[in-house]
Design a protein around this ligand. Structure first.
Ligand code: CMC
Length: 397
């Protein structure tokens, strides 16, 4: 049935429910995974403050916490780390498939395709079996970094490097990507970045994951749909654009003029703004400290001066609207110092966020009802089909 709408009416005719573009402020689920206080700039995973996790935990421990709800005992963590280590390799068939991808293709597209391809190898009919769920979690957390690193080498015309069993999760990823064993501080900072990006409530890609999960499809399809959603420049893709912007601005002295011009042209400043935060994103605060730690140890990057100048100049221009740096503003500077190519910044985000997606997958399965929202129809009234010779060319054609 077509709901009758008056022009400009933003309420559903039958239910009277107001349309909120982008579902702004509309609760779409109940969740016990992550909480954000956007006025205070507070972020907790399962009740633990982000700052405490970043200082004391590891990415795999944090992933365990997110997915199973409690911090692991040392035996549980050792088992989980071991299981992940045992599943890092990907089938030669997946690697061969990746060799057929165009080298010029974006690594997020390669990741989405290869993540989806895992569903071909593992049965999808057991999502109510706890062992299947555990195995799927382990496989996805273990194999996503291997696939990201593999595509990087494949597109350079090289064979992927096999994971090294003596290296921990983050160190192994950096090794597979750069072909060099990383400095322990670099590996620790990278691991911290993964923790910061692991979960963030019902952001676009997590919502996408939950919608896909609600159809009871397999977890590889859940993750592949979320990867596709993360890729966009308003979401995970912003971290790439931030570096391009810093390079375009070029020097700290140009920051004010750049912002004025962007605001006049009504252009978004990349790495700024967040639906949930009205203050500086707490993850940006931690990342900025990590950037400085990186530079103290491995040398300064002048783009950091540009970034700080933009943040300073933006305070008076965007601050009154509650627009401050978000997680993407400083992450690219860390990744750049780690030698990660720019178009891998968003795949790195995906390596981390897979933990949050899987936590939401499990939660969704625990109390599932398929997502099927309504819409406010604004199209034509019912009309009669017209033979082709009587039609005039429509302006849209
Ligand atoms: N630069 C300039 N103005 C902005 C910005 C920005 N980065 N973000 C929001 N605004 C303005 C916007 O122009 C609008 O102004 P007005 O009311 O005068 O028209 C107002 O703030 C509300 O903007 P919105 O786009 O309706 O806000 P939203 O909650 O729908 O969007 C956002 C949130 C993150 C998509 C947006 O802030 C944005 O596009 N930021 C730049 C891209 C970015 O950094 N994305 C990464 C987000 S954090 C990590 C992640 O989720 O992946």
């Amino acid at each position: 049935m077509v709901a009758q709408q008056q022009p400009g009416d933003l309420r559903h005719a039958r239910t009277g429910i107001e349309l909120r573009p982008g579902l702004d402020g509309v609760p779409a689920t109940q969740s016990s995974i992550c909480d954000i206080d956007g006025d205070q700039g507070l972020l907790t995973y399962r009740g633990y403050p982000m700052q405490d996790l970043a200082a004391n935990s590891s990415f795999l421990e944090t992933a365990y916490l997110l997915i199973w709800g409690e911090l692991p005992s040392s035996d549980q963590l050792a088992d989980f780390e071991h299981a992940v280590q045992m599943h890092r390799r990907v089938s030669f068939r997946v690697r061969d498939m990746m060799k057929c991808f165009p080298a010029s293709g974006h690594p997020m597209d390669a990741l989405q395709s290869s993540a989806a391809s895992l569903g071909l190898f593992y049965s999808r009919r057991a999502i109510d079996d706890p062992q299947y769920i555990y195995d799927a979690v382990v496989r996805l957390i273990a194999k996503i970094p291997t696939m990201v690193a593999a595509f990087q080498l494949i597109r350079k015309g090289q064979d992927p490097i096999q994971p090294r069993d003596d290296l921990a999760y983050s160190a192994n990823f950096l090794y597979m990507l750069t072909e060099r064993e990383p400095d322990p501080l670099a590996a620790r900072i990278f691991d911290c970045c993964l923790m910061l990006h692991a979960e963030h409530s019902l952001n676009a890609s997590t919502f996408s994951a939950r919608v896909t999960a609600s159809t009871l499809t397999d977890p590889y399809a859940v993750v592949a749909s979320a990867v596709g959603t993360l890729a966009g420049p308003l979401h995970g893709g912003a971290n790439e654009d931030v570096l391009a912007m810093l390079e375009e601005v070029g020097s700290a002295g140009n920051a004010g003029a750049y912002l004025d011009e962007a605001m006049q042209a009504k252009r978004k400043v990349m790495g700024f703004g967040h639906r949930e935060y009205k203050v500086k994103d707490p993850r940006a605060v931690i990342l900025q400290a990590l950037v400085e730690e990186m530079f103290d140890r491995f040398g300064h990057d002048d783009l950091y001066d540009v970034a700080r100048a933009i943040e300073r100049e933006a305070e008076s221009r965007l601050g009154p609207k509650g627009i401050y740096p978000n997680v993407d503003f400083y992450s690219g500077l860390v990744y750049r110092k780690l030698g990660i190519p720019r178009d891998l910044f968003t795949p790195v985000f995906a390596i981390a966020r897979v933990a949050g997606w899987l936590a939401h997958w499990r939660e969704q399965l625990g109390a599932n009802r398929i997502f099927r929202p309504s819409q406010i129809y604004s199209g034509s009234e019912p009309r009669s089909w017209m033979p082709i010779e009587q039609r005039v060319t429509s302006p849209a054609a």
